[in-house]
Design a protein around this ligand. Structure first.
Ligand code: HEC
Length: 94
């Protein structure tokens, strides 16, 4: 998914969620999907081999691991998880 699409998804989903921050929503989605059986959770996310160099790499991994482990995430959910992981761990701005 391209960055502009992600932004669009974000803008569309914003009004649906009251006051909870997007990072908090992403955290819930991430923790629910049991990603932490391999990656650590919360602020200790473990990136394994650190292959992610930019946000689109990160997006690809989230989509890829998500598909593989059958999360049924919508692109909206992936965007929130991306925000969460980027916020606690990667700190990428592009
Ligand atoms: C069965 C174990 C397993 C589960 C469950 C799993 N992953 Fe992964 N994930 C891996 C492995 C192994 C790698 C590294 C693969 C490699 O380097 O070839 C990886 C890599 C990643 C990366 C890239 C890390 C980096 O910085 O290089 C992200 C992001 C990621 N996973 C997110 C997720 C998310 C989100 C979920 C939950 C849907 C998830 N993973 C569930 C095993 C898992």
């Amino acid at each position: 998914m391209t960055l502009s699409k992600q932004l669009l998804v974000l803008l569309i989903s914003l009004p649906l969620f009251g006051n909870i921050s997007q990072e908090q929503q992403g955290k819930k989605i991430y923790l629910k999907a049991d990603c932490q059986s391999c990656h650590y959770q919360d602020t200790n996310f473990d990136s394994k081999n650190n292959k992610v160099k930019n946000l689109s790499d990160l997006d690809n991994w989230i989509v890829g691991c998500g598909l593989k482990f059958d999360t049924n995430w919508k692109s909206k959910d992936e965007t929130l998880v991306l925000k969460y992981l980027n916020n606690i761990y990667y700190q990428l701005d592009k």
